[in-house]
Design a protein around this ligand. Structure first.
Ligand code: RB5
Length: 145
């Protein structure tokens, strides 16, 4: 599975740790920035990352900003993206099972690294349940036009 990952300055430190963790789990990823802890605008990394997932170049995407909110708002404006902002493992599991989320957003100023690692491992390892949940996703897709 190819993963696109990005953060702004508010998520930079957590992203560095999550990239190391992805490597330890054997996942392949591409870092879409930012590349320093200098202040920058989260839409500048969130949109290109979401577009890379929407195009099919990457199967999943992970976005991190200070709260996770700004990047999730951006990602969910890209057609085909279902980005879930998670601060706990149960939400990470359920958003894969029920929403077939293809992007995960987290807040680097909200959760600690161990919680973030557990969220990432669960989110990457959980399958979509399908069935009645597919019908609901089809209704979201229909709204996108
Ligand atoms: C940057 O200061 C901060 O606004 C950003 O990381 C994020 O939390 C926005 O939603």
């Amino acid at each position: 599975m190819k993963i696109a990952i990005a953060s702004d300055h508010g998520g930079f430190a957590l992203k560095q740790q999550i990239m190391e963790y992805l490597t330890s789990l054997g996942y392949e990823y591409k870092d879409f920035g930012c590349y320093t802890a200098d202040s920058m605008d989260y839409p500048d990394i969130a949109f290109p990352t979401a577009q890379a997932v929407a195009s099919g170049e990457f199967e999943r995407g992970i976005l991190i900003c200070g709260t996770g909110i700004g990047v999730s708002i951006c990602a969910n404006k890209v057609k085909g993206i279902r980005c879930a902002l998670c601060s706990d493992v149960v939400s990470a599991e359920l958003t894969r099972q029920h929403n077939d989320s293809n992007m995960l957003a987290m807040g680097g100023r909200i959760i600690g690294v161990e919680v973030a690692k557990a969220i990432v491992k669960t989110w990457l390892g959980t399958e979509f349940t399908g069935g009645r949940h597919q019908r609901r996703i089809d209704k979201i897709s229909a709204c996108e036009g």
